[in-house]
Design a protein around this ligand. Sequence first.
Ligand SMILES: Cc1cc2nc3c(=O)[nH]c(=O)nc-3n(C[C@H](O)[C@H](O)[C@H](O)COP(=O)(O)O)c2cc1C
Ligand code: SF4
Length: 443
Amino acid sequence: MTGDFKRPPAYSGVWHPDAIEEIQEKAELGRYQIRGQATKRHSLPNFDDLVFTPAGLSRMPLEGYRERCDTQVVIGEGRVSRPLVLERPIMIAGMSFGALSINAKRALGMAATNCGISTCTGEGGMHPEEREHSSKLVMQYLPSRYGMNPYDLQKADMIEIGAGQGAKPGTGGVLLGLKMSEEVARMRDLPPGVDQRSGCRHPDWMGADDLYMKLEQIREVTNYEVPISIKVGAARIANDVRIACKADVDAIVFDGMEGGTAASPAIQLDHAGIPTIAAIAEAVEALHDMGKQNQIKLIVGGGIKNGADAAKAIALGADIVYLGTAPMIALNCHAPIYLEDYERLGTTPYECQHCHTGLCPVGITTQLPKLMARLDVDEAAERVTNYLNAITMEIQLFARSCGKNKVSDLDPNDLRALTHDVAIMTGIPMVGLNGRQPWWQKF
Ligand SMILES: Cc1cc2nc3c(=O)[nH]c(=O)nc-3n(C[C@H](O)[C@H](O)[C@H](O)COP(=O)(O)O)c2cc1C
Ligand code: SF4
């Protein structure tokens, strides 16, 4: 429609070209836009607004090559007979078979196994190949119940009850018809090739009290052996944490509004939920209010890219970080290859958010055999392993520089805020002030 017309630079601040294009697209399609990956907002408060204040004279740092810095975290220790032992404070987030190709699932499983951490089925059931490739596998129990059965629950190393995700809190999943292959459809008991929308509310769970019953039911099915977590999208997070504590889960998972997805209404991605950094502060406070900070693990995701983000989340009170988009990028998402296929989708690497289409140029979020074959499983597993190793070293680097021999010992006192907003949101003192009265008011 626009032909070769170039946008003029003197556009209105109110009627930005993006807003105009969006209205024109809606006028043409008669429906809202769907896209993959994450919000396009640029201005959310985030981990870059915090810095570490490592050791100097007042504290001794640890030697990188000679002194240990432990990374292990255990979920359900002293609570279940088969707790989940993670060798690093990292979990690969729930991403469904259907959203991801089986090759992507295989590669993520192999990388997680190499690093002693877990992967998660996401929606749509447990694929036997995923179980085979992941030594520690979390199974999601979601409102749709797609692919759900007690036998697979018994094969899992942890159960994650899904009650929402950061990219689309309060709404259910979307899987467009092109991704509904024969195999994906068979696992979900649905017809192939038809768009699927999954429920946002568990059918047998109408309020807070029912969560306890649901937990008991799953504990019975799994013989009280494995931990159970509950996952929500960060929105009304303080109350959600309190309710989860009351139900006595083993872990609480949440991702902020930066959290990734394979498909979500674009308007929801940009206008619902709260940023990860704000959510951590609320959740940690609620956990302390309930006196459960030493029993229930906090697993936090949403926009975590590197070891600095992860270490800051841990210092703010998370026990484990939960990564979806970053391992996908390590698989090869956004790689500048097969450029003509990005172009066909009307996009380019680095801005591509076309996971919902099923036409992923690099073979990650597709079910088409020709595209799937583009992901070499062994190479992809090696890239994800390298990425996980690198960020683990980065997390340890910050812990050691703050004089901590356990990553879990990082705490809010190791951080300072660069912006007033984040200082208020997190309670972390502003740099320069350190929470004290300005010096010129003292004298
Ligand atoms: C491709 C893809 C598929 C996803 N599928 C699911 C899913 O099936 N169930 C779910 O609870 N969350 C799903 N998520 C959300 C992730 O579990 C996680 O919360 C999110 O990716 C974390 O944020 P990050 O992507 O910024 O790391 C998916 C995310 C992506 C990127
Ligand atoms: S390259 Fe594939 S996985 Fe990455 S954003 Fe594009 S469609 Fe999604």
